[in-house]
Design a protein around this ligand. Structure first.
Ligand code: NAD
Length: 461
């Protein structure tokens, strides 16, 4: 690959090139933003029903092409086939949901001080929104940003991860077919293209790692434009002594290892309250029972990680955990020779401040940490810089309700896996996991529009 092209390869078969595109330079990024800005004027000032119809048409088209999109996702980012099909279905749902939101009330009226004037607050789009996205949900994340941005009258330029340009190109082609020319486009590129986008758009929505998110937020704030950044997690599942052991073990195993742990909502820390042994054994059994291998096989739960760098990072984290005194209940080694595979890895015996327990690895590896009681479990859970999502497994409703208020987390699940996102509810984290307003659900309008307060008085009043 030369520096003026961007290439994606299949993680399960790195010899297979999936997509090659020219890398967008600064002027190409500026051109895409100018075209979106031109198109956005008519889009925002035209009937809202046009936006509903266009997004509904996009949903219909995606539903019609769902198999093709799912196959591409399996090939390009190694997502297990069942999850890939689920992600396409979710993309269709997101488009339909925000298609209807275009018709929601776009403001409020207030009692005017003089009793006759009209005092109101109305929401307006920003202009062009830049979307910078990771590779792990190559369809759902671009769509959960683009659908509300478009529904509320913005133009959009998407800069996807270099690992997922094939999926982004297909999405861009699909949207091109139903939207006014230039309103949505994608630019292929790495950090430079992302920086160029932040320098030219009217608002930025980012999803990715903490370090890059912080840079993006600083650059956007420096330009006085709205920014939201959804970033990493080091999510804990707290297992209380009264939990349904086997159900909790199955749930935690899938949340930790599904899609090779490459979800921002994956469980990376399993905090077991009381005697840890019985649950830990059940968890190790559940992990051993997961289907590992070719993501195209219907039974596969754990496919490859995205790249050789990612595989190295997981193996280095395992080595460091071993040096820190960790015992391996499962895995700890590379998987099959061809492709970026790592065995699902569970580590016990580490202190809560060991690196594996503190920092996101983004692979199929998790630490099991014992806690004397729930107070200590809360302390361990809150003792990291992240705060995206936390699960609690218990049958005690009072205890669950008490923990809801004590855990530093944007999302809390009781008897449910940390992984899994509901596109109609607010989504986002606390602490280093998030900057700016929540994404998705009705919360999305807050980010993709700004409020203007308008007073209209009768002349001469
Ligand atoms: P990443 O931060 O490496 O890249 C994210 C995007 O930023 C890519 O498009 C990349 O090209 C771009 N980028 C890189 N440098 C940039 C710069 N200087 N300026 C502007 N853009 C730049 O993340 P990734 O490896 O693609 O994804 C994995 C990370 O994403 C993990 O940390 C994971 O937790 C996180 N993630 C978070 C969520 C969430 O909603 N909280 C969802 C999925 C993934």
């Amino acid at each position: 690959m030369s520096s003026d092209t961007i290439e994606s390869r299949s993680p399960q078969d790195p010899d297979e090139v999936v997509q090659v595109l020219p890398a967008a330079d600064r002027s190409a990024v500026a051109g895409a933003v100018d075209a979106a800005r031109d198109a956005a004027h008519g889009w925002a000032s035209g009937p809202a029903l046009n936006r509903t119809q266009a997004l509904t048409a996009a949903a219909d088209e995606l539903a019609a092409q769902s198999e093709r999109f799912a196959d591409l996702m399996v090939r390009e980012v190694g997502k297990p086939a069942g999850e890939a099909a689920g992600e396409v279905a979710r993309g269709v749902g997101i488009l339909r949901y925000f298609a209807q939101q275009a018709l929601d009330p776009d403001g409020q009226t207030y009692p005017a001080p003089d009793g006759t004037s009209l005092l109101m607050a109305r929401r307006y789009p920003h202009g062009v929104v830049g979307l910078i996205t990771p590779w792990n949900f190559p369809l759902a994340i671009p769509l959960w940003k683009a659908a509300p941005a478009l529904a509320f009258g913005n133009g959009v330029v998407l800069k996807p991860s270099p690992y997922a340009i094939g999926c982004a190109l297909e999405l861009s082609n699909l949207l091109d077919g139903v939207l006014p020319e230039g309103l949505f486009s994608m630019v292929a590129g790495a950090a430079e293209a992302g920086e160029a986008l932040v320098d030219t758009v009217d608002a930025v929505s980012f999803t990715g790692s903490v370090d890059v998110g912080r840079q993006v937020a600083l650059a956007a704030t420096g330009r006085h434009i709205p920014v939201q950044a959804e970033m990493g997690g080091q999510n804990a599942s707290l297992v209380l002594p009264d939990a349904d052991r086997d159900a909790a073990a199955a749930s935690v195993a899938a949340a930790a290892m599904g899609y090779a742990g490459q979800k921002c909502t994956a469980t990376s820390r399993v905090i077991v309250v009381g005697n840890p042994e019985p649950f830990t054994e059940a968890l190790a059994d559940a992990v051993r029972g997961l289907g590992v291998g070719d993501p195209g096989d219907a039974d596969t739960v754990v496919g490859p990680v995205i790249s050789e760098d990612a595989r190295r990072k997981v193996l280095d984290a395992a080595e460091k955990a071993r040096a820190d005194g960790g015992n391996f209940l499962t895995g700890g080694r590379a998987g099959q020779a061809h492709g970026h595979f790592v065995e699902p890895t569970l580590v016990t015996g580490l202190p809560p401040d060991a690196e594996l327990a503190r920092e996101e690895v983004f692979g199929p590896i998790a630490a099991v940490l014992p806690a004397r009681d729930t107070d200590e479990a809360v302390q361990i859970s809150n003792g990291v810089r992240y705060g995206l999502v936390t699960s609690v497994f218990t049958r005690d409703l009072d205890r669950a309700l008490e923990l809801v208020g004590r855990l530093d987390t944007g999302m809390l699940k009781v008897n449910a896996p940390t992984s899994g996102v509901d596109f109609h509810a607010p989504f986002g984290g606390e602490k280093a996991s998030s900057i700016g307003p929540r994404e998705q659900g009705k919360a999305a309008r807050d980010f993709y529009t700004s409020t203007r307060t308008i007073t209209m008085s009768p002349l001469g009043a």
